[in-house]
Design a protein around this ligand. Structure first.
Ligand SMILES: [Zn+2]
Length: 212
């Protein structure tokens, strides 16, 4: 079966299964404004889908996905800031009170960043520039964790990039203000595709630890 056939088959299964068993719920979702519980910034990676990891139903998660789940700095200029627009809409427009940056293992974007530091930048017009948002993370990890083997180093970069994105979020005035007065909580999480395990960032210890 090709990709499109399998999508159409999946759609038919959704219509006759989940949708037809929850018609009333879908009707309600379509008529009322959305009230998601959390905003999640995740990677485009097809293996790290927040709705799957958190067993979430439609309407529960407001998800922004981009390469390597990065947050750009607050730059209100004339450029096209898709991620910043989604963050603004989720926090200011929908009033979401929990914002999670979810990194993941075996991230292609972070691997491209690591390879760039070895003199092999990715081909193409956009990934390299986008990943330069966390070039400082790659440089820091290489300085402070020079003893790690390449796989461990990439893992450290994946995790530290989550922390860097949390810091970037705080360059947005509406995030800083809401976090300061308790209307918003920021979280750094990491999903280990092969293990299915979630790790949580603790700002007190500056480390990630697996959820019990
Ligand atoms: Zn990724």
């Amino acid at each position: 079966m090709d990709a499109i056939e399998s999508l159409i088959e999946g759609y038919r299964a959704f219509r006759s299964g989940t949708y037809s068993q929850n018609v009333e719920r879908y009707r309600e979702l379509g008529e009322k404004v959305q009230k998601p519980k959390a905003l999640i910034i995740a990677c485009c990676d097809s293996r790290a889908d927040p709705a799957m990891v958190f067993s979430a139903d439609p309407g529960e998660l407001f998800v922004v996905r981009n390469v390597a789940n990065l947050v750009p700095p607050y730059e209100p200029d004339t450029h096209y800031h898709g991620t910043s627009a989604a963050i603004e809409f989720g926090i200011e427009g929908l009033g979401i009170q929990d914002l999670i940056v979810m990194g993941h293992a075996r991230c292609g974007g972070i691997n491209a960043l690591y390879e760039s530091t070895k003199g092999n930048p990715p081909k193409g017009d956009f990934v390299s520039g986008w990943m330069s948002l966390v070039k400082n993370v790659a440089d820091d990890v290489q300085k402070t964790h020079a003893h790690l083997d390449p796989a461990q180093m990439v893992r450290m970069m994946e995790m530290r990039a989550v922390v860097s994105s949390l810091e970037q979020l705080r360059t947005f005035p509406f995030i800083r203000e809401r976090e300061a007065d308790g209307r918003l909580r920021l979280h750094g999480w990491f999903y280990g595709i092969a293990t299915g395990l979630l790790s949580i960032y603790d700002p007190k210890t500056d480390r990630f630890s697996e959820l019990e």
